[in-house]
Design a protein around this ligand. Sequence first.
Ligand SMILES: Nc1ncnc2c1ncn2[C@@H]1O[C@H](COP(=O)(O)OP(=O)(O)OP(=O)(O)O)[C@@H](O)[C@H]1O
Length: 254
Amino acid sequence: MTVLEARNVSKRFGGIAAVDGMSFAVASGEILGLIGPNGAGKTTMFDLLAGSVAASSGEIRLMGQDVTRAPAHRRLAGGMGRTFQIPRPFPELSLIDNMLLARQDQTGERLWANFTAPRRIAAEERAARDKALALLDLVALRRLADEPARVLSGGQRKLLELARVMMADPKVVLLDEPAAGVNPTLLEVLIDRIREINASGVTFVLIEHNIDMVSRLCHRVLVMASGSLLCEGTPQEVARDPRVIEAYLGGTPA
Ligand SMILES: Nc1ncnc2c1ncn2[C@@H]1O[C@H](COP(=O)(O)OP(=O)(O)OP(=O)(O)O)[C@@H](O)[C@H]1O
């Protein structure tokens, strides 16, 4: 089953076609890599999928629904989560509070419900807290749950971001350079956790420059160059494709 699909999607910024006629489908349960030299259009493609940038043309489908014109929050509610290249947690808030802010549609946010259903709200709060703690545990951050997010290293912020995105129970998660700035020990934790979450049925699409991580995690890889799809295949297939080697050599070094 296809969870996410781009059909001939383009995005122009003035005279530049940052994404130029991209078509691909993401199958349920896969970990798909999106690679390509700097400026290839990967982040713009993520922005188009997540709804933070509007497509100039083409169609984006999430769980079989056309979401091309749906705002980011509707795509989130429809099952798409997203992490950013540079995570920005609220630095003065504790990890647990950062997690709780990532929830969707809490009853307690509706003013009247505070009067009509206080017990339900208390139960929801407890369940959310338990879920947040379980997710912090999953990414090895539970012991820091009450610390402010500013104490985290760059790698720990990436782990917090992965845990945060899982609070909304996404079906497909877009990860923008999860390995960037993560030390080798935490990188192993991150790889294990992505695998574990994937085994529980969550689909991933990841932009990554760390080719070792791509070849260890991804079932399939799309290579972008100059806004278009250059080729696709297993990590091993694309690594030995002469067009890919040429695109990287011709691009601006990272
Ligand atoms: N908001 C914008 N306005 C104008 N041009 C933009 C904008 N965003 C991206 N671009 C241009 O679109 C092209 C693709 O950029 P994009 O950031 O999507 O590439 P990328 O593959 O993610 O690169 P990197 O690996 O360096 O993050 C680049 O030429 C970039 O300068």
